[in-house]
Design a protein. Sequence first.
Length: 427
Amino acid sequence: MAVVAIAGGQWGDEGKGRVIDLLAEKAKVVVRFSGGDNAGHTVINPYGEFRLHLVPSGIFYPRVTCIIGNGVAINPAVLLKEIGDLQKHTVDTSHLVISDRAHLIMPYHTLLDGLEEERRSKGALGTTRRGIGPVFADKVARLGIRAGDLLNKDMFLSRLNSTLEYKNAILTKIYQVPPLSVEEIYEQYRHYGERLTPFIQETSSVIHEALIKGELILLEGAQGALLDPDFGTYPYVTSSSPLVGAGAIGTGIGPMEINRAVGVFKAYITRVGGGPMPTELKDEVGELIREKAHEYGATTGRPRRCGWFDAVAGRFSVQVNGFSDIALTHLDIYDGFPSIKICTAYKFDDRVLNSFPSNVATLEKCQPICEELAGWQESISGIRDFAKLPAQARNYIARLEELLSCPISLVSVGPEREQMIQVRPVL
Ligand code: IMO
Ligand code: MG
């Protein structure tokens, strides 16, 4: 079959989890390739409603090997809770595998994430405070502790000792908070290690075996392109790459192995946390979208900022990811809207910008230039056939395809697994 990457096209929360939950039926392997438990992937299926933070969204199919890839940062406490919650809902988790190369979120990472946010004060990034910035900083600074280290107590203790000495100096001298205890962390992580050991192994070989057999492999992204540390709205970004390209590095396959790349976009746009958002609607329309779509963070519960579809940012996202297809989600939220706007360019001072600026100072001053399309008045949530969608909905989809130069192959008309119109085959 093929390797298909599924990545976020906007500022996250586009519905990646549900797309994976749908496509995984035919897959042999699903691998999460970046991020950590800052992600919140909502999946509604016959087992119930889930908000997955670390476990790949293919977990509901017992024959699918679900891998937490080397590119992910794992908070063991969050992962163990998630495994426990799934088991409570009778979901089999014995086919979950954790890369021994995945970095571990340690107590000082979450603590420092919060302290750094407070230090930024008005300039706070609005992080999820899950320790993501600090853990990925430690990874590249070569200070990290990895899942594989849990398998070797001496190795773990020696890495912890040297890192904690440095972290405690920062905690006590810069932030004036009490130091953390090596013994306590060691005990806590020894306990996690005992419970996670059966899941931890080298995983790129598992993926390669499936590749050789020609099985379907799904690469599950987290966050979205506009939160990418290189191409996103820096510094209002996350700390690992959510792009399709990271799907190769975060799993251990070559980029040429990826056959298709599905970009998940909402029919509108949302953002949670700080940073510019040109199409944000701070009025009753934005409020209507938020309430209708329950736009509150799956990880932090924060209200998400809502706005019209931004095709300038969308086009850029298609380019930096190399999407072959788009999955457009939440189209039903527009049911009953008299008209719908799409941002097609930005006004910056007296100029018209057609491309996404690389710096936030410019983006902050950008005013959206919108075109207005007619809405539809009926409910589309029961429709499964593209041809049966109201003409205005088909027109909206066609205009987005044109603006993004990418085919829209999947369209969701409701949150349930089967509420997805397959316009053309993705697999
Ligand atoms: P999923 O996978 C939406 C945002 C945070 C913040 C910024 C940096 O569910 O789409 P971090 O904790 O990563 O250092 O925060 O990134 N953010 C997300 N927003 N969806 C996500 O994940 C996000 N993960 C991080 O709100 O603005
Ligand atoms: Mg989410």
